[in-house]
Design a protein around this ligand. Structure first.
Ligand SMILES: *Cc1c(COP(=O)(O)O)cnc(C)c1O
Length: 371
């Protein structure tokens, strides 16, 4: 639920200039804008190494490839996330192991992760769902204790910050061994097509990831690893350089929309506004309510001409493609309940206060009148 035309209008001249420059230079693969964007994003994220790639799903796959896990390894993923988190594990022939999430912040439940560990566990993928960090404090402690890697799927929370146990504040995606993100057009930092990146603080892993994303080559036509063709297009990098400059303003605008919704909707019967973890900032990729009468509220909003979306209607462990894992309904009750109750309201930086008031009134009317 993003109005991309409205987002682009005020930066049209900047985008045009960036695209024209790439057309003139005609270096469409690995052109200079790719490296420049990686450097600028690295600066933005507190100097973590940034490795651009083709999309957020490839980023997850590359992150897992860089761990060189033995065949048969298990990777713990949330039962409530976008399917790509789990898909990247399965496509490599590794075994996804689902774990339940926390009912308030929707991130992996550290106790459920600890319970899912086996001698074959090779990694945990935490997802910073809807724009707020998972419990990185507890999850990195579990990972460290058991000598396994923590991957952060940061496709929805770029620019969010997290206060670690030692009170250092860091960017989402830079805490685990590897962080991943997506520049899918509707993400908070979106390209005009597909794009993705990985973050790491380990220079050797950064080199390895760069090679893996480019056919495993160490220099042209010398292939030391089996890799992927997964590169960020120069055109997309040029667009992302422009958009990165506006990201902090857009995040603030999203937070202002969230504050408006909070004030309008807090305390309404049968409805919970997003719960904040005080250690994390929330960049509101989505503003997601939990509502018992979710389908009725969505119908009411539809009748008022207000879009809303259910992210996500089916938990990962019950997706048809993953039946081979042998999961049944009832195994991850929090994730299953969220799939029945979550509803995301329109949130983007260009919503007007009149539009917001209209949405607030429609939701308030539904809760008070029991439409
Ligand atoms: C969007 C998204 C991805 C996948 O990114 P693509 O660029 O579409 O491949 C992975 N994980 C999460 C949580 C996402 O929201």
């Amino acid at each position: 639920m993003l109005d991309l035309a409205a987002q682009h209008a005020p930066i049209q001249a900047e985008l045009d200039a960036a695209l024209q420059a790439v057309l003139r230079e005609a270096a469409f693969i690995q052109g200079p804008a790719v490296g420049e964007f990686a450097r600028e994003l690295s600066q933005f994220l507190g100097q973590a190494d940034v490795i651009p790639c083709g999309n957020g799903t490839d980023a997850l796959q590359l992150a897992l490839m860089s761990l060189r896990l033995p065949a048969g390894s298990e990777v713990i993923v949330p039962a409530f996330t976008y399917v790509a988190t789990m898909e990247a594990v399965a496509i490599l022939g590794l075994r996804p192991v689902c774990a339940d999430v926390l009912p308030d912040t929707f991130g992996l439940d550290p106790a459920a992760v600890a319970a899912a560990l086996t001698p074959r566990t090779g990694a945990i993928i935490a997802v910073h769902l809807f724009g707020q960090c998972a419990d990185l404090h507890a999850l990195s402690a579990v990972a460290r204790q058991h000598g396994i890697a923590l991957i952060e799927d940061n496709a929805q929370a770029i620019g969010a910050t997290y206060r670690l146990a030692d009170h250092e504040t860091v960017f989402a995606g830079t805490v685990g061994e590897v962080g991943t993100t997506s520049f899918f057009p509707s993400k908070n930092l979106g390209a005009l097509g597909d794009g993705g990146a990985l973050f790491t603080r380990d220079a050797a892993r950064a080199t390895f990831l760069r090679q893996l994303a480019n056919h495993g080559q160490t220099r042209k036509y010398y292939h030391e690893h089996i890799g992927l063709n997964s590169r960020l297009d120069t055109l997309q990098a040029a667009v992302l350089r422009v958009k990165l400059r506006h990201l902090p303003t857009w995040i603030t605008a999203r937070q202002q929309v969230a504050a408006f919704y909070d004030a309008a909707l807090s305390g309404l019967a049968g409805l919970q506004v997003p719960v904040r973890d005080p250690r994390s900032t929330h960049v509101f990729h989505q503003y997601t309510l939990t509502v018992a009468r979710r389908d009725e509220l969505q119908q009411h909003l539809r009748e008022q001409g207000i879009p809303s979306v259910v992210y996500y209607p089916v938990p990962t462990h019950l997706q048809p493609a993953y039946q081979y894992l042998g999961y049944r309904a009832g195994q991850f009750p929090v994730a299953e309940a969220l799939c029945r109750t979550v509803l995301s309201l329109p949130i983007h930086p260009t919503l007007t206060s009149a539009q917001l008031a209209y949405v607030g009134e429609a939701v308030g009317y539904f809760c008070r009148r029991g439409v």
